[in-house]
Structures are given as structure tokens and as C-alpha cells.
Design a protein around this ligand. Sequence first.
Ligand code: AHR
Length: 500
Amino acid sequence: MQKAKMVIDKEFKISEIDERVYGSFIEHMGRAVYGGIYEPEHKEADEQGFRKDVLELVKGLNVPIVRYPGGNMVSAYNWEDGVGPIDNRPRTLDLAWRTVETNQVGTNEFADWANKAGTDVMMAINLGTRGIDEARQFIEYCNHPGGSRWSDLRREHGYEEPHKIKTWCLGNEMDGPWQIGQKTAEEYGRLAKETAKAMRAVDPEIELVSCGSSGSGMPTFPEWEAVTLDHTYDEADYVSLHQYFGNQDNDSQNYLASTLELDRFINTVTSIADYIKAKKRSNKTLMLSFDEWNVWYHSTEQDKENAPWGTAPPILEDVYNFEDALLVGGILITFLKNADRVKMACMAQLVNVIAPIMTDNMGAAWKQTIYYPYMHASLFGRGVSLQPILSSPKMDTKDFTDVPYLDSAVVHNPENEEATIFIVNRHLSEDLRLDINVSSFEGYQLVEHIALEHEDLKAVNTSEKQEVQPYKNKETSLNMGSIEAKVNHASWNVIRLKKM
Ligand code: AHR
């Protein structure tokens, strides 16, 4: 069996981790809201119609922030349609997904749901069909205490206290030809800057995300970032990144190496932001909000069967397999290794639509395979991100050379004196003997080694059967400052230490 070595040290700090890297996303599309978080006829529905079984699964992920209400949908969304007496709300056409939106859930209900789920809202505004005026009115409605037209309307709607939404996205994927109201970089940059000024005038406490490219494969990337940030740099706090992954060629070894591409994407956007910083002689460092990421490719064929203008049709319902869980683990490791710049990230999405949680209408709710690495990172990955020194055998794949079998991120939580080592072995057939030097963690003991493995890369979880579930690897030991572990091929590993 080949060997790998690692050294971790409390002093090898990358950065404090912003817990919002474990964020998620709920868009008004498919069965994310209707039939997902909200189903008033369901036996688990609470007094507002929210499914309590789904809320429990969301709480299990300890999600700190949820982006809302879109996504593509937001670019032709009128927020006014979703507030006020529910019975008076219009049925509207959602042009992005060509479905009918009933508006039974809107801003206030979603804020209530977020409270119940113990999470914050990251609100996106419509910069497709609308602009400065609606954005300033909407933020006045949400965040102003009262005594003005829009804040008093909120109070009339039964919400005396402002929602105090801190994080706002200035539109969504405005470079995409599929976007209603697509903009050139110049058009978007100007509009986003002026909108940001107006929003901040209403509430100076907010944080704003300038819209980046909808993916590194866009023909306008990275010029879009350079041009738009030239306009928005002084007003924005973050630039957004979006990226979806898929194993369309059924080349699993290459698929699992694609986090190298993700790392490159993050570094490129960081460099552009820093170039604009230098150009403007600014003292501010712009941070990254990776506010849409996930695997998305399983559902593409199935979606073609959906007729337009249905209500809550089952779209983008990817059923995730075991190899997708490994990739998701690798993506989370990549964010942690870039914790000095990636401050927010949203798994897209949370329920039913490309999601870790699935439901049946009027039926069960269950965990997809990708739920587990997301849960482990969110529960145990809070504190300071450390730079591991790792020596691992390497391989070449179709698109990548010198890919280490092992990828790892390490998190130290000095407050509760815990440390967690996340490791993915992306080699499909080779197990490794791993030696980890942890001598700087004096007095720390091994709590557990959790692993996710399955002999079938394509194994999935369903409402009937949880095929893919974590187990405890009892063979791992810690002696004299050194951890000895066997890291099996195609595995996700969470090794936890605590000072006793
Ligand atoms: O998450 C699904 C869609 O992917 C979002 O609506 C859009 O922003 C992205 O293209």
C-alpha cells in the first residue's frame, strides 16, 4: 500500500473561517418552495404551512445563511406580488423557469421560515427588469424600522420589526444570455453601482455582492469581472462566483479532479479583484461570495419532459450518487483552503432542486448522498483554517496533471479546543496509509474518524433506502503526536481531535 504524509500545526493559519461558507440557496423554482419547504396540506406542516420534517433536516446542516428568492427567477420578479394578504396575491408567470408562481410564499414568510431554521437571509434584488427605485423601496420595506411609506406597509402586513437583512446580491448572473434583462458589463457595472449607493443610503449596515460571471466557462469571463468591478469596487463588499460540476463523460477520475479547476477559478477572480484594488489605490480588499455551487447534470434529460406553465413542477431534481458526495467534499475542502478570500458560499440549492434534501409531495423527506459532507463541514469546520503540509502520490487524469490522490483541509477551533482534518482520497482504486504529525496539538485526543465510502460510485439514497451513509473507522489511532490512518480509495474522511 502506498503512503502519504501530512503535518498540521496550530500556527500554520490561513484565516478565520466565515461560517457563511456553509450557506445554501432556496429559489422560487420547481419544488424548492412549494412541495419542499412549504406544503400546507402535509401532515408535518406547521401553522404557516412549513414542513417541520424538512426544517429538521435543514437544522441538521446548521446552515448559517440562505440566498433567496433566486437565481434566474429574481430577474423578472416583483417583490410586491409576494407581500400583503396571501389571498389577494396574484398568480404570476415566472419567465425564467416558465412556470406559474402562486406567490403564497414571499419575503415575510421566508423571513419567518429562516428564523425557524435558525438561518439568515441573503436577499437578491431584481436588476433584470427593474432597478434603483425598486431596490431602494424593497430595502426600505425590509430593513427600515418605520415611519415611512414602505416600512409602514411592512408593519401593516403584520411585521412590526424590520427583518434587518444584512447581505444583498445586486442581481443574478447578469452576463447570462438566458437572463431576463441580460446586461453588458458596462451596463451592469453602472446600474449596480448606483443601486448600491441608493440601498446603502437607506441602510448603511448592509453588505453588497457585485455580480460576477455565471461561470468560468462564460465567453465574457474574466473580462466581465474586470469591467464590472471597475464600477462597483468602492460600493461592493464581495464579488459573486457561480460554478456547477458534472460527470457527463462518465470519467469519474477526471470528475473528482475537477476541484483543481475550482481552485484556479477562485485564484483568477481574486487576482482580478486585487488588480482593481491596485488600480484604484484602494485600501479595501474585496472578498468572494461563491453563492451558487453544486453538482448539476443528472436532471437535464428529465427536465425536457416538463410542459410549461405548471405550478411547482419537478425540475432540476438531480438524484445524487456516491461520487457526487466525494466531489462535494472536495469542493468544501477547496473553499476552506481559500478561507482568506472565500467568505460566503451557497450550495445550490437546499431542497428538491439540485439539493441535499429531497421530499415526496405529501410524503417523506430524506437525505441525499451530498448531505453528509456538507453536514460534516458545517458542523466541524468552524474556527481557523490551517494550511496542511501534505505529501501524497499523484496521478494524471484526462484534463489535469499531477493530481494528488489526497486533498485536505484542516480546521482548528481554539475556543472549544477541537481540530478537524477533512480528507478526500479521490483515487478510485488505491488505498493509502496516512501518517499525520499533530505534535503541535499537545493534549489533544482522537475523538473519531468518520468516513463515507461505498463500493459502487453510482449508489444513491432514496426515500426507502439510505445506501450511502457515514460510518466510524475504528482502526485509526493517535500515539505520540502522530495519527496513523488508512484512507481508503474513493473516500471522504473526517478525523476529529479534542483537548481532553
Ligand atoms: O440554481 C439554478 C440556477 O442556476 C439559478 O437560478 C441560476 O442563477 C443558475 O444559472
